[in-house]
Design a protein around this ligand. Structure first.
Ligand code: AMP
Ligand code: MG
Length: 400
């Protein structure tokens, strides 16, 4: 049996990164930059004032106080968006607004709160250092520097930065389209009454949401009955339409688990025995260059296997560099036992206090008990065949 780490690494090595496309920056939140971006302009593009106040020569406002102010003549008023028309000479100041261009001659700005203007003169009650309250050309970003590397995830600050650099469009990786198919004769779509022996199809909806949350574009392909021809037809249609295929159910050893034989027809599929619980067994392979993930049918297994395997794979397809959620140590609030020979990913409530995390499990942990995930905000990793006591630590990660 492979460890989660080994299986995941083997899988990730075969995952393709999707081609690039050019997108307008109002339509690329959540995308990943396909090439490094160098600044074509300085930010800010000119020296400007960081305050509403008076642009002065620092030398003119030395050794002054409340009782002994400097008195300067006001040469002009400079508003944001306009260029100064005069040079500030010795003994002069210019009224200046935040963001307005610094006039020649001035080297600092005195904030308005320590001044008093009367007619064309201004009293300055506090001195300033040379350069104080001035924002210099290129101090935020220097023209020519690498502002964002290839692989940068475009969040709101990056979009704002692109705009400030006059980049109207950028090259990003495509987001993966991901087809989702549930399998099983027992599955009933929402809205229909439950006949004896039938259950709701919940996995398709959960997987749909997980694909979206991972930055992919889900495509709902419905339910495939436990019939080989129908399953093959739906899987092929899904693969034709999407960059990746997720199937749910039918990959264990049950008599009606025809998903396995259909998957084998589609491409090179590995039926893995990954040493984890919940979630054994799973299938993974590539058909026509497209990843196929055969997830287990139990609802908790489906969600957890997606989290540990499919999510990083979709992130890689989209061009991300950081594929895994951070893990950290948490202190157990209760004792936990894993009698199994496989690592158990238990559903837990992780709480932070003074920089330390504690973990408490969410009750019954069966792989069909979806509520154990609804109550959880994270997973803890309990190694095979151990009992850990309250106060011992485990590896933990947040979910979703
Ligand atoms: P299977 O892997 O197909 O043997 O299914 C394992 C368990 O998961 C069975 O109890 C199924 O009824 C259940 N199951 C399979 N698919 C789904 C689904 N889409 N939604 C909810 N439960 C499912
Ligand atoms: Mg089934």
């Amino acid at each position: 049996m492979l460890s989660v780490k080994e299986a995941r690494q083997q899988m990730l090595n075969t995952i393709p990164v999707l081609p690039t496309e050019t997108r307008g920056i109002l339509n690329c939140t959540g995308y990943v930059l396909a090439e490094g971006l160098h600044a074509a302009e300085n930010i800010p593009p000119f020296d400007n004032s960081a305050m509403d106040g008076y642009a002065v020569r620092a030398a003119d406002v030395k050794d002054i106080s409340k009782d002994n102010p400097a008195v300067l003549s006001v040469a002009e008023m400079i508003a944001a968006g306009y260029a100064p028309t005069k040079q500030v000479e010795a003994g002069q100041a210019a009224r200046i607004m935040t963001g307005a261009m610094m006039p020649e001659g001035a080297d600092a700005v005195v904030m308005q709160e320590v001044t008093e203007q009367e007619g064309n003169t201004v009293k300055i009650f506090e001195s300033v250092e040379d350069s104080e309250n001035v924002r210099f050309t290129g101090e935020s970003v220097k023209e020519g520097t690498l502002v964002m590397g290839k692989g940068k995830h475009l969040r709101p600050p990056e979009i704002s930065m692109l705009a400030s650099l006059n980049c109207a469009e950028v090259s990003v990786h495509r987001k993966p389209t991901v087809a989702i198919v549930s399998t099983g004769d027992e599955l009933t779509p929402l809205g229909e009454s439950l006949e004896p022996g039938k259950i709701r199809d919940s996995n398709r909806y959960g997987l749909y949401a997980q694909v979206e949350e991972a930055g992919g574009i889900p495509i709902d392909m419905g339910i495939a009955r436990d019939d080989e021809a129908e399953t093959e037809r739906i899987f092929r249609a899904a693969l034709a339409e999407a960059d990746a295929l997720i199937t749910s159910g039918g990959v264990s050893v049950g008599e009606h688990d025809i998903v396995k034989s259909v998957l084998e027809k589609l491409g090179k599929i590995n039926f893995w025995r990954v040493a984890m619980k919940p979630g054994k067994p799973q299938a993974y392979g590539i058909a026509d260059g497209k990843p196929i993930f055969g997830l287990p049918g139990n609802p908790v297994s489906s969600l957890v296997v997606f989290e540990l395997f499919v999510r990083p794979a979709l992130l890689k397809m989209a061009g991300h560099i950081d594929l895994l959620r951070p893990t950290f140590k948490a202190t157990l609030a209760e004792s936990v036992t894993n009698r199994d020979g496989r690592v158990n990913y238990m559903r837990a409530i992780l709480r932070e206090s003074d920089g330390q995390y504690t973990a408490e499990t969410t009750g019954p942990q069966g792989s069909g008990i979806l509520h154990s995930l609804v109550l959880a905000n994270g997973l803890i990793t309990v190694p095979a065949g151990v009992t850990l006591r309250a106060g011992e630590t485990v590896d933990a990660q947040f979910l979703f």
